[in-house]
Design a protein around this ligand. Structure first.
Ligand code: IVH
Length: 696
């Protein structure tokens, strides 16, 4: 083992634990990053040292995940629950009758999605979702990106093989950031952090998961040889091995102590940076647990006490309609200010026309507002007993409040849209503000107010106009002197160096967020290629489904967008991805390969990595774009059939090894052992738009 790699891995694992579990970092971010860069560099140079639990896997990978179903070795039971303190006392009394000296452990009930982590010889082997309790999805690659989940355990005394169970959740800060980003690209925001966590855990691309800021608490140990005979002691041991165990647990011996814990936790709840929906009360001793047993679904030794959602009743004064950059209309309620869960609420989301109709919300009504993990609360109901007899059903607007255009409704979507994208002021300003934003072109010296001013003054109408601006035009404008005018021009000019994937994001194509833009840029390499891509070709891009593909095709089908892009290209923006040089060789250069089944010498992830390193492309499904199907044991019959139909060459693991060990591309294995060829290869690659200009 390369000594420096080992040292760096150990040091980074330790610093990671100090930072994410202990919240007590010992080194600066700068030092940490430098160590990580060095490790990545060394791992690249020494692929034989590959380790799926290296701290470098925390950033995730762009390779498409496939979630296999895995049977749980120990079933994942659920919990009985109650909203009533009375029922809870009954639960405790019954147990105390049977076991007078019983000890309870009270814990927060984290509101996320359950996970089971299996460790073998102190290393993370697998992470599986609860699924139906008997079997779940293998989401290991995604869970490895959660910084607080230990990949390699610390200390000693852990069993050779055991499971830690817990909850993956999305902290409020990550949730707010994610939803703001989604709304920015016209994507439906997640309803709450729980849905966001569950959705994120199922993403195909673990590098996106890594950016979403998930976290995880562990609250349960399962195995045949656990070190202690009580839950509390085992969780304390788990803490010493590097697991993130909540500091908010209590050992309780009587009802008073349990009630006090519930009360304290309710008070603490508002300040927590994550959602909890109650507390869990568990019997501490395993011997006692065995005595109490379980039903088919849930243990008799634990119960969840759930908090009722916090609500406030207040008056709805009026409704504003906001127009986003994509033209989407969002109704926002103006309320009589009311105190709710530690803050004063004045505004609440009403989502869309359907929601208003469903709740039959009317102006002047007394409405219930609830707070989830989001900053802006929502209206969840109407107090009909307080409705005025004169109240009238709410009439949704038919025309844009900003430009007067008649609103449209896109089939299958809940929101209304203003179709006047060319001339509706908030849409024009919104697109430009998105274009200049930090993650897009990062034109720092311009802000929303200045953009509004420039649009109002008629100096710009679209993003391409920015590149025609001259300092002389800006100097006379209010609040802009010579200096700021020069700064603005300078940063606009500087933005011409922004890489292609960010330019693509900056264009503001609906649903094309930062990560989709990255995927598209890597997959197509240039705007020219993307612009002429067919639906089928677009669908080959990881994370791109029908909706995104259709939107992109639709975007480039519009003359005005092609002209806009052409003008940006003429201004000198980057419309080509930097060439990704393959690390090891070009033996697979340009070849599209699909992996299916399991293999003897390499894991699927390793094979995917090798394909990329040798210049090939990983494809998730067999199509006419596929050159080879790399077939292992138990491969999917559908893939095999499709490959046979299309005449795709089928190769084995050793064929593949031969291909990459060949000295040059000339030595490619042209005649693999198992080759299937069928005559009627259907070409799905109908040339799209040869007539489109090629300035790029
Ligand atoms: S213990 C056999 N402890 O609540 C008991 N569960 O409604 C296993 N949950 O599926 C669960 N916080 O996802 C336990 N401190 C905690 C928990 C907790 C949240 C979740 C868990 C479970 C669900 C049941």
């Amino acid at each position: 083992m390369h000594k420096e790699i080992q040292q760096l891995r150990e040091a980074l694992n330790r610093h990671n634990w100090l930072y994410y579990v202990e919240a007590a970092p010992e080194v600066s971010d700068y030092e940490y990053d430098a160590m990580m860069r060095r490790l990545v560099e060394l791992e690249k140079a020494h692929p034989e040292e590959f380790d799926p639990n290296s701290p470098s896997v925390r950033v995730g990978s762009d390779l498409a995940n496939e979630f296999h179903t895995v049977a749980h070795r120990y079933p994942m039971l659920s919990l009985g629950n109650t909203y009533s303190l009375e029922e809870l006392t009954d639960f405790c009394d019954k147990i105390r009758k049977e076991i007078p000296e019983v000890e309870f452990v009270c814990e927060q009930k984290f509101d996320g999605t359950a996970i089971s982590l299996t460790y073998e010889n102190g290393r993370l082997l697998r992470a599986v979702t609860r699924g139906d309790g008997e079997k779940g999805d293998d989401v290991t690659a995604n869970v490895r990106t959660i910084r607080s989940v230990p990949l390699v355990l610390r200390g000693e005394g852990y069993p050779d093989y055991f499971e830690m169970r817990g909850e993956v959740y999305m902290p409020h800060a990550s949730f707010e950031r994610l939803n703001a980003e989604r709304e920015d690209i016209g994507e439906q925001p997640f309803a709450n952090p729980r849905n966001a966590a569950a959705g994120t855990l199922k993403l195909q691309n673990s590098s996106i998961v890594a950016e979403r800021g998930l976290d995880c608490f562990l609250y349960y140990m399962e195995g045949d040889n656990l070190p202690f005979s009580s839950h509390w002691e085992n969780l304390e041991a788990a803490r010493s091995w590097g697991f993130r165990i909540s500091g908010q647990m209590a050992l309780c011996h009587n009802w008073e102590e349990i009630a006090a814990y519930i009360e304290q936790t309710a008070a603490l709840r508002e300040e927590l940076p994550y959602d909890i929906d109650g507390v869990v009360i568990k019997v501490n001793s395993y011997a006692d647990r065995r005595r109490l047993g379980s039903t088919a679904k849930a243990p008799r030794w634990a119960v969840a006490y759930k908090y009722k959602a916090e609500q406030a009743l207040t008056r709805l004064h009026s409704v504003d309609f906001q127009v986003g950059r994509t033209g989407a209309i969002t109704p926002v309620a103006n309320l009589q200010p009311v105190h709710l869960a530690g803050t004063t609420v004045k505004r609440a989301s009403l989502h869309n026309a359907e929601q208003i109709a469903l709740l039959d919300v009317r102006l002047g009504d007394m409405v219930y507002v609830e707070k989830g993990g989001e900053i802006i609360p929502k209206i969840t109901g109407v107090e009909l007993s307080e409705r005025s007899v004169e109240s009238q059903p709410f009439e949704y607007i038919t025309h844009c409040p900003e430009c007067g255009a008649e609103l449209v409704r896109i089939e299958g979507e809940a929101k209304h849209y203003c179709p006047n994208s060319e001339a509706c002021p908030p849409q024009i300003v919104g697109r430009i503000v998105h274009f200049i934003s930090r993650k897009a072109m990062n034109i720092e010296s311009l802000g929303e107010e200045t953009v509004e001013l420039l649009v109002r003054e008629g100096l710009i109408k679209d993003i391409a106009d920015l590149y025609l601006l001259k300092a002389e035009q800006l100097i006379p404008l209010p609040r802009l002197g010579e200096k700021s005018a020069e700064n603005i021009i300078e940063s606009i000019t500087g933005s011409k160096a922004v890489p292609f994937h960010r330019v693509l994001f900056a264009l503001g194509i609906r649903y094309v967020g930062e990560t989709t833009a990255k995927q598209l840029a890597a997959h197509f390499g240039s705007l020219e290629a993307l612009q002429s891509a067919t639906m089928e070709e677009l669908l080959e891009t990881p994370e791109v489904g029908d909706k995104i593909a259709a939107t992109i095709v639709g975007y480039f089908a519009e003359e005005k967008n092609r002209v806009l892009v052409q003008r940006l290209a003429e201004a000198g923006l980057q419309f080509r991805a930097e060439q990704k040089s393959s690390d090891k060789g070009n033996q697979l250069s340009g070849l599209g390969i699909v992996i299916s089944g399991t293999f003897v010498r390499h894991s699927r992830d390793e094979l995917k990595e090798l394909i990329e390193q040798y210049g090939g492309k990983n494809l998730s499904s067999v199509s006419s774009k596929t050159d080879y199907l790399l077939a292992g044991e138990n491969m999917g019959p559908a893939k095999l059939k499709k490959a046979e139909q299309l005449g795709v060459k089928i190769i084995s693991e050793s064929d593949f090894e031969q291909m990459i060990s060949a000295e040059s591309t000339e030595e490619r294995v042209e005649e693999p052992k198992v080759a299937v060829t069928v005559d009627d290869v259907t070409s799905t690659n109908a040339g799209a738009s040869a007539e489109q200009g090629s300035l790029f």
